[in-house]
Design a protein around this ligand. Structure first.
Ligand SMILES: Cc1ncc(COP(=O)(O)O)c(C=O)c1O
Length: 465
């Protein structure tokens, strides 16, 4: 740490935090006897807490966000310069960084063409849901209004996003939810038994898992289903990589029933999996792509809902109809710091070859986790794409009975004690919060990766013997 804050000042910050801050995702009783963690500073892959303890951050700001690492002066400068020129004007007007960022983004997304800027992933998803609903009204007499979402996927914290939430434990006590959202089964090969597909594997499993979506469409009536919203790789729901053949079949099904495909790239977007977008690994062509976390690596709050020109065209057909456009606004979608930061963030990823580094380091991370699986019986499965990996912990490899959430939390705490911050599924899926998560910044080196898995090795030894 640079010592700007003296220890006494930080004690004041901790006490004020305990008195005044309502932390996200946190049960606060613990802070009656312990201090919350306050992150004071970050450089590259590392952060420091209020006690000066250094951590290697293996989860890019806890929730897969700081893709280019901490302390990027060029992003700070891009934001500073833009704010001095123009900080804000509502997105009903344009801006210089808005145009330049949209141009650069669309270069990376063949087949897509329009960028709608918002300020959170939840909100970006809501925009896609609203567009699908409005298309249902404009084209199908309001009938094709249902939006399908998948078991174990997450699309955000607002009530409509939670209505499309496949994580039952996360949703508990927040209902009732919005009507018109319908769940389809997950596609996790490791737990194919839960889907009645335990006899299948590889491509056969992937196609059968996608066919389960078709079954839901037929049950609901294809004329009532307007959209399908999926994560390319399920994130908080357990780092679930799609099985072979799955996406190809999903695309076929969407085309067959005239269903718009919305891919939620809030986590995977902007490099996390080694390509600009997760869906680009699978040869799929979406109608909507939403993104948030890595768009500006957390240097500014910016998210986007990107659509095809075909979707966009549907909202400008008849100017004499006063409802014939997308009547929506996001106030902070007009903040210019977001696109200024996002543009510089993309430049860094390109100039430093971070997609290639992500692929190479992701392979190393997955291989290291595979080696840990040989040493620790408690690891039942490892999965991942690029620098986005998970290790599922089970009490018994044959029955796949999950370990408890408390045991998973102890592994996370043991890693933190060694100075490595890892993540874990928490309060998401009843009885299935048993996956460790790893998503270091795309600048990670081989030494960083080995330090992460080295800490996990020690932690697993301590917790499970
Ligand atoms: C896949 C996915 N979609 C949407 C969201 C919601 O994003 P935000 O928290 O920015 O609203 C998240 C957040 O973790 C996410 O993981």
């Amino acid at each position: 740490m640079d010592g700007t804050f003296k220890q006494n000042d930080l004690r004041h910050i901790v006490e004020t935090d305990k008195a005044r801050i309502w932390h996200h995702l946190t049960q606060h009783k613990q802070f009656e006897t312990a201090d919350p963690r306050i992150i004071v500073e970050g450089r590259g892959m590392r952060v420091w807490d209020q006690n000066g303890k250094e951590y290697l951050d293996a989860v890019s700001g806890a929730v897969w966000t700081v893709n280019v690492g901490y302390g990027r002066e060029s992003i700070a400068k891009a934001i500073h310069d833009q704010l001095m020129k123009l900080c804000y004007f509502a997105q009903s007007a344009g801006s210089i960084p808005g145009s330049l960022f949209a141009e650069k983004l669309i270069e990376k997304m063949p087949g897509l063409s329009r960028v709608y800027v918002t300020n959170s992933g939840s909100e970006a998803n809501e925009k896609a849901f609203k567009m699908i609903r409005q298309i249902a009204h404009k084209k199908y007499g309001g009938k094709k209004y249902k939006i399908l979402y998948r078991d174990r996927d997450y699309h955000g914290s607002t009530l409509a996003a939670m209505s499309a939430g496949g994580q039952d434990e996360r949703n508990m006590q927040y209902g009732p939810f919005a009507p018109g959202f319908v769940r389809v089964p997950h596609c996790m090969e490791y737990r194919a038994d839960e889907l009645g597909l335990g006899h299948l594997s590889g491509r056969e499993f992937g196609i059968a898992a996608a066919n389960l979506i078709e079954e839901v469409i037929l049950r609901e009536g294809p004329e009532t289903v307007g959209g399908l919203c999926l994560e390319p790789v399920t994130a908080g729901g357990g780092v679930i990589t799609p099985p072979e053949g799955y996406w190809e079949r999903v695309q076929e099904i969407c085309r067959k029933y005239d269903i718009l495909l919305h891919i939620d790239e809030v986590v995977c977007g902007i490099g996390r999996t080694g390509k600009w977008f997760g869906y680009q690994h699978y040869g799929v062509q979406p109608d909507f792509v939403t993104m948030a976390k890595g768009v500006a690596s957390g240097y500014a709050a910016i998210a986007c809902c990107v659509t095809t020109e075909e979707v966009f065209e549907m909202f400008k057909e008849d100017p004499s109809d006063k409802l014939d456009y997308f009547r929506d606004i996001s106030t902070f979608g007009g903040c210019t710091a977001g696109p200024a930061a996002a543009l510089e963030n993309m430049r860094i990823i390109e100039e430093e070859g971070l997609l290639d580094n992500c692929t190479a380091m992701g392979e190393r991370l997955l291989a290291n986790l595979g080696a840990l699986m040989e040493r620790h019986e408690v690891i039942g499965d490892v999965r991942g794409k690029g620098l986005f990996c998970g290790a599922e912990l089970v009490a018994d490899r044959d029955t796949k009975e999950p370990v408890s959430e408390a045991e998973v939390a102890r592994v996370v705490a043991e890693c933190a004690a060694q100075g490595v911050i890892i993540g874990a599924a928490n309060r998401s899926i009843p009885g299935r919060n048993n996956v460790l998560c790893f998503s270091p910044a795309l600048i990670a080196t081989a030494e960083d990766i080995d330090e992460i898995t080295g800490a996990v090795d020690v932690a697993l030894g301590k917790v499970f013997g």
